[in-house]
Design a protein. Structure first.
Length: 115
């Protein structure tokens, strides 16, 4: 089992920045990948970005530029830096851990951007 705990969400004004963190614990194996998704009310969950334990990143086409993913393998933590936030970025942000055939999700952290 792997446990994921997200933090860093909150209320921010449009144009502001937030940095989300997701700490993984438990049976961490390598190689693995971690990713950030988000789900806005009434919409499907969508990928923002992913990063492998080797540091390779991938971004959804619409996300690259304002969002940046990184990780600290020593801390088993993945980060999402979000800049120039817009009201449409309001959503619950989820962290995902994937290794072999296993797939784990965090409980989500709310990000609300006020215009």
């Amino acid at each position: 089992q792997v446990q994921l705990v997200e933090s860093g969400g909150g209320l921010v004004q449009a144009g502001g920045s937030l940095r989300l963190s997701c700490a993984a614990s438990g049976r961490i194996v390598n190689p693995n990948s971690m990713a950030w998704y988000r789900q806005a009310p009434g919409k499907q969950r969508e990928l923002i970005a992913g990063i492998t334990s080797g540091g390779r990143t991938n971004y959804a086409d619409s996300m690259e530029g304002r969002f940046s993913i990184s990780r600290d393998n020593a801390k088993n933590t993945v980060y999402l830096q979000m800049n120039s936030l817009k009201s449409e970025d309001t959503a619950v942000y989820y962290c995902q851990y994937r290794a072999r055939i296993y797939d784990y999700w965090g409980q989500g952290t709310q990000v609300t951007v006020s215009s």
